[in-house]
Write a protein that binds this ligand. Structure first.
Ligand code: ZN
Length: 263
């Protein structure tokens, strides 16, 4: 499996991806908003895009579909409940489905509601898994829920699915928000040395050469995985004085999500 991360350099800071089979050169394009860059990258590598996968229905993820399909005739895959919102969808996906690319690549579908209720992530069947997580999980952050999502569902997705993936899983998010997110982590947990180190290394970084984290790293720098940190809880109590003595992780997650919206 070959993964090419494509930085769109647009205002929304989208990342697009090509996932290719090294043997056949067939490729799947994830959220190819910048269709020109995606098509050019495929051409440069000698790959053929045969499938487009939309992690969810938002326009900054689906807006390149038509152009890619016009050029390549690729099939469009997305959450099975997204048929009404994604024109031309040809395959509806459910949890546990496997998307094959060429002969060598297998990507397992995770049904991951929260950012929207029709969101899928893909996790590769490789020795070191790769997670294509759209707007569910970002480097050092979590997706928002205000365009068709639900914070409680996002928490369930984090705790019941993402947190259970292997620690070595590589994280490929739908946007470059790492710098801003690290600042939020440090706002919530000022004594987080890992987040401070990472911010000093990646402040002003070039997203065309973005860092690829792992789930293990996310556990140290992503406040939405640090729900039992005493500092996170103590800081949260400053904003929410009614917080119980030992708040459950769900409560902490939802309060953090709420604060992040206003931050
Ligand atoms: Zn979105």
């Amino acid at each position: 499996m070959i993964v090419k991360q494509i930085w769109t350099a647009n205002n929304y800071r989208n990342f697009n991806y090509l996932i290719a089979c090294a043997e056949t050169g067939e490729a799947l394009a994830v959220d190819p908003l910048d269709h020109e860059k995606c098509l050019r990258a495929a051409r440069d590598e000698g790959w053929t895009i045969t499938q487009v996968l939309n992690t969810h229905e938002h326009r900054d993820h689906t807006g390149g579909n038509d152009a890619v399909v016009a050029q390549t005739g690729a099939a469009i895959l997305a959450h099975r409940n997204a048929r009404d919102s994604i024109p031309g969808m040809t395959r509806g996906l459910a949890a546990g489905d496997v998307v094959k690319v060429g002969k060598t690549v297998e990507l397992e579908v995770l049904d991951t509601p929260g950012h929207t209720m029709c969101h899928v992530c893909l996790c590769s069947h490789t020795d070191q898994p790769a997670l294509f997580c759209g707007d569910t999980l970002f480097n050092a952050g979590a997706g928002n829920c205000h365009n068709g999502g639900h914070p409680a569902e996002l928490y369930k997705t984090f705790s019941e699915q993402l947190a259970r993936l292997p620690a070595s899983t590589r994280i490929y998010p739908g946007h470059d928000y790492i710098e801003n997110n690290l600042r939020f982590t440090l706002d919530r947990e000022p004594d987080n040395r890992d987040a401070a180190d990472m911010l000093s290394r990646f402040a002003g970084h070039d997203p065309a050469n973005a860092v690829v984290t792992t789930l293990d790293i996310e556990r140290t720098i992503n406040t939405f995985f640090r729900l039992s940190s005493p500092t996170v809880i103590a800081r949260l109590r400053e904003a929410f004085p009614d917080l119980p003595d030992e708040p459950d992780e769900r409560t902490v997650f939802l309060k953090l999500r709420e604060l992040r919206n206003k931050w």
